[in-house]
Design a protein around this ligand. Structure first.
Ligand SMILES: Cc1ncc(COP(=O)(O)O)c(C=O)c1O
Length: 440
């Protein structure tokens, strides 16, 4: 098929998510390698977002491809009530080499949304309680339960929202109307608001509190110092299951296997997906602590999916984790984090339309504003049309591919990126972001 046939038939016969179909123009991708992809006109794009912050190891990793091929030949699928060698192996790797020490078992799913669906179920069954807390400006997935966890203003769905899904104020200091003199002061403020809400909702009715260890697609917000630890304490105090959603922040994106480890906290449940196998096959999962695992030793888990622990996703994950270790990706992220931070700050210095840059490890966001003082988001361009889609299209012209949300774009390149490539990335961004200044 040539480019036009692929484009036309994709548009004619398939549905693209998140966009109205009519005017949407997808890139038609022919091949991808490392941190780059090429369209059918031979134009190369640097992957600034690791696709959806999942292709952490980059494209075309031979060892992962070989592992999938071997698994497909040996045993491509077996019902989840049976087991096989790779399921045992991956479970052991995650619990013994990767997860925080309090973690005991893993339940494998197909992606992040269903991992969160399961976490809701597990927490409700374990506690016998009903309500679930999550914060505004969060993303936890698009299936029914996960979408109800998701705290975005535009999350309205054609279905009735599920009762008992409660949202709390995010400690996003850049957009908050009160300015604090220290991070500690901010932490104290937001924790006391959260505790008030827990008490008012009835602490003995709250099963779980979900939080992204680093807020991802809503704009890479980091928490003020001590905030996550404080949330952990509140969850202990009121016997609420603390669930850290590490779907985007996990698997070395922030420099540790899980971002919550850098914060020194041990949640009761961790949900993961994406970077576990860098998107070479669908896989997600729920990691549970001993107390929850013990509960399910004597109570049946009241649900299942045909593809729990799918062999191709699992084989890809083992190979991907071994690649992270062989290539010492942890050191790469930790070493490049400083350069990444400098690059982001330099962009902010150069471009008046940048209101804020936020980052940790190789996970970052650039927020565009029409007024730096007032932090007014740049939602529209000079022509009155939505800014973000124009910005993304403009980035393509500079050979840069990413996605965004609101007035922010994601900067989260594959974790195999080298120092030279990082410089190339910031050089290209410096030119491309002039477009935002022109909208002022
Ligand atoms: C933090 C977080 N949780 C959950 C999800 C949902 O994952 P999936 O798209 O694999 O269902 C995402 C996806 O972007 C995410 O960023």
């Amino acid at each position: 098929m040539n480019r036009e046939e692929i484009f036309n038939d994709s548009k004619k016969y398939t549905v693209f998510t998140w966009v109205a179909q009519e005017k949407f123009k997808p890139l038609v991708i022919e091949k991808a390698e490392g941190i780059y992809m090429w369209d059918y006109d031979g134009i190369r794009y640097m992957d600034l977002s690791s696709q959806l912050v999942n292709v952490n190891i980059g494209f075309n990793n031979e060892n992962i491809i070989k592992a999938i091929q071997e698994q497909a030949a040996a045993l491509p699928y077996i019902a989840p009530k049976h087991t096989y060698d790779k399921r045992a192996e991956l479970g052991k790797i995650i619990i013994e080499e990767i997860a925080p020490p309090n973690m005991e078992k893993v339940l494998f799913t197909l992606g992040g949304a269903d991992a969160n669906e399961y976490a809701i179920r597990l927490a409700k069954a374990f506690t016998g309680k009903d309500k679930v807390f999550s914060k505004y400006e969060s993303y936890h997935g698009s299936t029914y339960g996960a979408a109800n966890l998701t705290g975005e203003a535009e999350r309205s769905s054609p279905f009735p929202t599920i009762s008992g899904f409660i949202k709390f104020q995010p400690p996003h200091l850049y957009t908050y109307d009160i300015q604090f003199s220290t991070e500690e002061e901010a932490t104290k403020h937001f924790l006391s608001r959260l505790e008030y809400q827990i008490i008012m909702e009835g602490s003995d009715s709250i099963a779980a509190l979900f939080i992204e260890s680093v807020t991802g697609s809503n704009g890479t917000y980091l928490y003020p110092k001590g905030y996550l630890k404080g949330v952990r304490k509140l969850c202990d105090k009121y016997e609420i299951v603390m669930v850290c959603d590490e779907v985007m922040a996990g698997f070395l994106r922030c420099g540790e296997w899980f971002a919550c480890q850098a914060e020194g906290i041990e949640p009761d449940i961790i949900t993961f997906a994406k970077g576990v196998n860098s998107g070479y096959a669908p896989l997600g999962g729920v990691i549970i602590n001993k107390k929850i695992a013990d509960y399910f030793d004597v109570h049946a888990l009241p649900s299942g999916l045909t593809y729990n622990s799918h062999a191709l996703g699992v084989a890809a994950a083992i190979a991907c984790i071994r690649e992270y270790q062989r290539l010492d990706i942890k050191t790469n992220v930790q070493t490049l984090a400083g350069k990444f931070a400098q690059g982001m700050e330099k962009l902010k210095e150069k471009h008046l339309a940048i209101g804020d840059v936020r980052y940790i490890g190789l996970f970052g966001a650039i927020e565009f504003v029409t007024d730096r003082e007032k932090h007014t988001s740049m939602l529209k361009g000079k022509d009155g049309k939505p800014f973000l889609s124009q910005m993304i299209a403009n980035l393509y012209k500079f050979g840069l591919a990413t996605f965004g949300h609101g007035a922010t774009i994601m900067i989260a390149p594959p974790l195999i990126i080298t120092e030279v490539q990082l410089e190339e990335m910031f050089g290209a961004l410096e030119e491309a972001l002039t477009f935002a200044d022109e909208q002022l």
